[in-house]
Write a protein that binds this ligand. Structure first.
Ligand SMILES: Cc1cc2nc3c(=O)[nH]c(=O)nc-3n(C[C@H](O)[C@H](O)[C@H](O)COP(=O)(O)OP(=O)(O)OC[C@H]3O[C@@H](n4cnc5c(N)ncnc54)[C@H](O)[C@@H]3O)c2cc1C
Length: 355
């Protein structure tokens, strides 16, 4: 029997897997995707996450590629109004974070099992039976649901995900190439009509992460993300006619979600990361909060699996992380409001969400 089965190989699941494996605890990681992705997604590591990755032996490969100082260049109605240097943490794509953790995990002897979605679970006094889509059943002493905002684990446990989902899309997103655009700045163009577009140069690539309020169609409905729509938004807000955008693999959209699980443990099964809490991206805390969850869960599981204290220690994880998740939800909602207020004027930009 495996000690811990982890569903999901995002930053949370991989951090947990590395932390357990380095303690000599038996781990398997199952992942719904058929293969790793290369999406920039969460792109900021806090000093706390970097410290954790240092302890896990995965930080050097990230600091070798990532950017310690990023200059946020704000433009308002086409005019350059400010440059703000931010040097608290590391700018790096989420796929690169996952790659570094996967490489470290492989060194510790564990490989992610792809094309293996969790579909059902049952638990008893000694373990959990986790069923995959192909009918395979894996028995483990504990299961960690690190399977993202739409968590199957959470659904199977019947854990409520209380909160708010905005009816409208807030942003379209994507990874794009923009030949000729300086890679020395995170460009942030805002316009007095309330629109804007942000292009962040992603380290170790020739791409930018693009974020923008979506372009409305003739009925005012948001158009889906596409490189053609990105180009029209860019022309309108950045006003740099020489720059032509080209798609680089990832197109998505994002809406405000402020939700958290009403509990993070049901018997031998735990939730961590986006599976337990989702919140606005202002301040860049989503992935980092998942990393903190993973560290706390590894500590709790290690105490239960290697100590003599018995299963009572399993309560420690939720006692620590449920209040932390509630605090992050409240904090990021305020950061989100500060950013929205700041970008409507020529003054501050998205750095209003950092402090
Ligand atoms: C534009 C953008 C910018 C962001 N910026 C930041 C930032 O700067 N800093 C930050 O900290 N966060 C940021 N975030 C948030 C961050 O991306 C998420 O919080 C983070 O991905 C959560 O990690 P996770 O491992 O909990 O979940 P996920 O990354 O969602 O990983 C879950 C994994 O589980 C897998 N899975 C799903 N269902 C199953 C199943 N049934 N069985 C097995 N596997 C399954 C999925 O395929 C996936 O690989 C940003 C997000 C976006 C979109």
């Amino acid at each position: 029997m495996t000690d811990v089965l982890i569903a999901g190989s995002g930053p949370t699941g991989l951090t947990l897997a590395c932390d357990l494996a380095r303690r000599g605890i038996g781990v398997r990681v199952i992942e719904e995707r058929a293969a790793p992705h290369r999406e920039s997604r969460g792109k900021g590591l806090t000093p706390g996450s970097l410290k954790t990755f240092g302890e896990l032996g995965a930080a050097e490969r990230l600091t070798a590629v990532g950017r310690r100082e990023t200059v946020l260049r704000k433009y308002f109605d086409g005019a350059h109004v400010s440059d703000t240097a931010v040097s608290d943490g590391l700018l790096i794509g989420q796929w690169q974070v996952e790659e570094a953790l996967r490489d470290r995990l492989a060194e510790l002897g564990v490989r992610v099992e792809y094309g293996a979605p969790l579909t059902a679970l049952a638990q008893d006094g000694t373990g959990v039976d986790a069923e995959l889509a192909d009918g395979t059943v894996i028995r483990a002493r504990h299961l960690a649901g690190c399977d993202g905002g739409r968590s199957t684990t959470r659904g199977l446990l019947g854990i409520r995900f209380e909160g708010y989902t905005a009816p409208e899309q807030a942003m379209v997103l994507g990874d794009v190439r923009a030949p000729g655009l300086s890679r020395d700045f995170w460009h942030q163009w805002f316009t007095s009509d309330g629109g804007g577009i942000l292009l962040c140069p992603m380290p170790g690539t020739d791409t930018f992460q693009l974020q923008a309020p979506p372009e409305p169609d003739e009925r005012g409905e948001p158009l889906p993300p596409s490189v053609e729509s990105f180009q029209r938004l860019f022309d309108r807000h950045a006003r740099m006619p020489g720059i032509r955008l080209a798609e680089a693999g990832w197109l998505s959209f994002w809406r405000v979600n402020v939700r958290m699980a009403d509990r993070m443990r049901e018997g031998r099964v735990f939730l961590a990361g986006d599976a337990a809490h989702v919140h606005p991206i202002a301040g860049g805390l989503g992935m980092n909060t998942g990393v903190e969850d993973a560290v706390a869960l590894a500590r709790t599981l290690a105490a239960a699996l290697t100590g003599s204290a018995g299963d009572d220690v399993l309560d420690a994880y939720e006692a620590e992380r449920l209040p932390a998740a509630a605090a992050v939800l409240a904090d990021t909602a305020q950061r989100h409001d500060r950013v929205l207020a700041a970008v409507r004027t020529p003054g501050r930009g998205t750095e209003a969400g950092l402090g």
